[in-house]
Design a protein around this ligand. Sequence first.
Ligand SMILES: Nc1ncnc2c1ncn2[C@@H]1O[C@H](COP(=O)(O)OP(=O)(O)OP(=O)(O)O)[C@@H](O)[C@H]1O
Ligand SMILES: [Mg+2]
Length: 277
Amino acid sequence: MDRITVTDIAKTFTLKPGQFVTVDGRESNAITVLSGLDLTIRKGEFITLVGPSGSGKSVLLDIIAGLTEASAGRASIDGELITRPDPRMAYVFQQYALFPWLTALQNVEYALEVRGVARAERRQRARHFLSLFGLGSFEDRYPSQLSGGMQQRVAIARALSVEPEVLLMDEPFAALDAQTRDILQSELLRIWERLETTVVFVTHSIDEAVYLADRVVAITARPGRVKKIIDVDLPRPRDLDIRNTPEFGRLKGHVWEVLRDEVRAAQKDWALSTASH
Ligand SMILES: Nc1ncnc2c1ncn2[C@@H]1O[C@H](COP(=O)(O)OP(=O)(O)OP(=O)(O)O)[C@@H](O)[C@H]1O
Ligand SMILES: [Mg+2]
């Protein structure tokens, strides 16, 4: 069954007066970041999005989240047009977006309160999800008293605690050290397998993209559209050792082959934009 459908999406931003980008050798004050993008995401699927920097991955996530309006085309959840943030979806940003004046526990409880969960259940659920991420004894700490990796775990626990049908994650592990990242990837998979949430996860790491996904979606250089979808037919549950298998290596090689030209095109694009100023 399809959960999210993105049909012929385009997004153009008008730049501020005096700002320009070079498009086909000419200066323009509008920038088209997505064009003709189609994508169907099935219920319960783990999708990873990869593509060069500036290809519109974050903008696409914002459109699905109902935070940004598309210039053309439509995005829908369970057949309903997305026009505003939807309680069925939760978003994890690249930077830890915790409220600094609330403790870890209060941060999670607040998300549940907003969704109308009763007080007693809020506390119980918040504790449960914090402990799933190994934060049981840190629930009374404020964000500033937690390491970056711990803050990101709170942010993910908070997003998962509302048991969203769709979880949108924009490079959630990018700022973390390699070991923490490995641990969080496996924890996320374990919880996803249990909750049957649909996940859309943006990453620059091909390794991470292949390890997590049912399907890896490769986005072209700007304007972004789907270049290719790579099926990851590795068995589940997956542990970290799967990365040492020849099949994993083959899949990574394939994703890189698909992306290579797009990364080069994006670099040429940046060079042109900066050369004219
Ligand atoms: N509000 C905005 N106004 C103008 N341009 C914008 C706005 N938001 C995004 N852009 C531009 O849209 C393009 C795509 O941005 P986006 O953040 O989606 O890229 P990305 O694929 O997520 O890149 P990265 O991998 O570096 O995070 C960029 O060139 C960016 O400058
Ligand atoms: Mg981005």
